[in-house]
Design a protein around this ligand. Structure first.
Ligand SMILES: N[C@@H](CCC(=O)N[C@@H](CS)C(=O)NCC(=O)O)C(=O)O
Length: 215
């Protein structure tokens, strides 16, 4: 089998890149990676050499190109069925897919108001009602999943659902969006993973700054 190659945006800012990366790393999948920094405002023209959508992340596997975070995660879950990317029980799997899809297609207000910026010095940001609703919904999802599974991850062990919410954990921290102890405990479990720590260390080392995301 040819190797998996993941194209990523800046680790500090690219929430969609974090999702497949953290799951693949946490599950011990071998892959090579390439960070292609954004060029905000103009878009990065070099994205066109590997990304049909001009966005990251992109997974290259031989002659296959997969250009969407959730599609990448589904593909690696199929390649490595024994790795537990999804929960083993069909009902848990259905719920994990539902919350992952909800994250993938939703929470636009939170994403727009609080872009991922792992290096941001934690400080409270004033938010509007729409962002408040997004936060409340995310907390409900986490409470329901953790209540059913018993934690420490949403479905017991680390799955794609945790990867999909990983950027939210960073946003909750750096914009100080909640004091909910359940969220703090769940966030701590994800941040304690080797994969999170590696990603965050790399994000802190990056030389690029995107001023509009640094507010
Ligand atoms: N639905 C896509 C969204 C990908 C996306 O929006 N990526 C952003 C970075 S996090 C991007 O490439 N932006 C560059 C641009 O729009 O020029 C996915 O899930 O992968």
């Amino acid at each position: 089998m040819q190797g998996l190659h993941l194209y990523l945006g800046n680790k500090n800012y690219s929430s969609w890149s974090l999702r497949p990366w953290i799951a693949m790393r946490e599950k011990g999948i071998e892959f090579t990676e390439e960070v292609i920094p954004f060029d905000f405002g103009r878009g990065n023209p070099s994205f066109q050499t590997f990304s049909p959508s001009m966005k990251v992340p992109v997974l290259r596997h031989g002659d296959l190109t997969v250009w969407d975070s959730l599609a990448i995660l589904e593909y690696v879950a199929e390649l490595y069925p024994q790795k537990g990317f999804w929960p083993t029980e069909a009902k848990d799997r259905a719920m994990a897919r539902a919350v992952s899809a909800e994250m993938h297609s939703g929470f636009a207000a939170l994403r727009a108001a609080c872009p991922m910026n792992m290096r941001r010095t934690p400080a409270h940001k004033d938010i509007d009602e729409d962002v408040r609703k997004d936060i409340a919904r995310i907390l409900n999802i986490w409470r329901q999943c953790l209540g059913q599974s018993g934690g420490p991850f949403l479905f017991g062990s680390f799955t794609i659902a945790d990867a999909m919410f990983a950027p939210v954990i960073s946003r909750f921290d750096v914009y100080q969006l909640t004091r909910d102890p359940m969220a703090a405990e769940y966030g701590a479990a994800v941040k304690a993973t080797q994969a999170w720590q590696e990603w965050e260390a790399a994000a802190r080392e990056e030389p690029w700054n995107v001023p509009e995301s640094d507010e």
